[in-house]
Design a binder for this molecule. Structure first.
Ligand code: SF4
Length: 373
């Protein structure tokens, strides 16, 4: 395994659109959490191995809620378990702007973090309040400045687009604000309505409109235009980067490489079987404390599922999928090319931004099946 994901499930409050498995805590049980991950590590990683990691991703939840000294202890344990990890491994921390202080940023650098993914989401205070975010817009710029001062030269910003029209969010201005900070990487996610979220409840009782497809498409295409003009490459359906700053960790997922996940709700994949841990922090803690595996379920993928998944993952990226992977290269493909939604480069089928907006339909048309197999 060259790619490791560690899930840190704690959040200070739940965002209005979020259905992730999180544990809302005023005080994060940092020592207990790190001890659990170290124990799980002992259960799943062979001792004495010379293995090294290419990428390590601390995701959540809100990993930046974990005190910096706990992050340092965790990283030291992970390095000890993967002694072959080289100095140029990509080590990412997801952080919320309110957790970025001069002290935390310096401590993260010292602990070995070399990439930060910052949950900005919007540069409008009204929108941030609606999302139940803790930070305000000014905090994003301050956090970016603090990270730069601490020596981070690889920072990604997350933004959410297609929020309901009633919020009168100026997406164009938000893109300008994000670009003015010159992040090396941007992740753009369209708002989706998940069950059992405050947003779903607001919509159910008529207090909020559902996001609409037209706004989604308009804002998505505007982002492509702006980011392209600013020198970014959309190398995946939701991700854009300047040269040499693609996310190596996420690129491994899209390239169908094996990965290991630790922590509650973390997924692992060995190239043919996927398994995932129990989601609630308390249940995970009990399993590990009892010396049991925290795996909730496993799924062995058939060859056909793997083939479809590779096709789908490939089409998500700017590298596309080989034409040979397509079952029905005849009339459906001709129609898609004619509409300008896909193009062919060196025997690979690549989506245009318009095609990415229709990716699920494309996969269905080309294979006669859904993208998830
Ligand atoms: S900070 Fe992230 S994980 Fe936590 S509630 Fe908000 S969106 Fe969900």
């Amino acid at each position: 395994m060259r790619h490791l994901y560690v899930h840190i499930p704690f959040c200070a409050r739940r965002c209005s659109y979020c259905d992730f498995s999180i544990a809302v805590h005023k005080r994060v049980p940092a020592r207990e959490y790190v001890a659990c991950v170290e124990r799980e590590l002992g259960l799943v990683v062979a001792q004495g191995s010379e293995a090294g990691l290419e990428t390590l991703y601390l995701g959540g939840g809100t990993p930046s809620l974990l005190p910096p000294d706990a992050i340092a202890v965790l990283l030291a344990s992970l390095h000890a378990a993967f002694p072959g990890t080289s100095a140029d491994a990509e080590i990412t921390l997801e952080a919320n702007p309110e957790d970025v202080t001069a002290e935390s940023a310096v401590a993260w650098r010292r602990a070995g973090i070399n990439r930060v993914s910052l949950g900005a989401q919007s540069f409008e205070d009204r929108v941030l309040r609606w999302m139940h975010r803790i930070h305000d817009a000014a905090r994003i710029g301050a956090a970016m400045q603090t990270l730069r001062t601490a020596g981070f030269d690889n920072v990604s910003l997350d933004l959410i687009f297609a929020v309901p029209a009633a919020l009168e969010r100026d997406w164009s201005r938000d893109l300008d604000c994000a670009l003015s900070l010159r992040p090396e990487h941007l992740s753009l996610y369209g708002l989706t309505v998940e069950e059992r979220t405050p947003l779903a409840r607001w919509i159910a009782r008529g207090a909020s409109a559902a996001p609409d497809d037209e706004r989604y498409a308009t804002e998505y295409l505007l982002a492509h235009e702006r980011l392209h003009d600013a020198g970014y490459e959309f190398y995946e359906i939701s991700n854009a980067a300047v040269a040499n700053r693609r996310s190596r960790h996420n690129s491994a997922y899209w390239a169908d490489r094996p990965y290991l996940g630790l922590g509650p709700a973390a997924h692992s994949y060995d190239g043919s079987t996927r398994h995932w841990n129990v989601e609630p922090w308390e249940e995970y803690r009990r399993c590990i404390a009892a010396g049991r595996s925290a795996i909730a379920q496993a799924e062995r993928l058939t060859d056909e599922q793997r083939r479809l998944e590779r096709l789908y993952l490939g089409l998500r990226t700017a590298d596309g999928s080989p034409l040979t992977a397509i079952d029905r290269p005849g009339p459906p493909l001709t129609a898609w090319k004619g509409a300008g939604w896909v193009s062919v480069h060196e025997d690979r089928l690549v989506c245009t931004p318009e095609g990415w907006l229709r990716l699920d339909t494309l996969v269905r048309d080309l294979t006669g099946r859904d993208g998830d197999g």
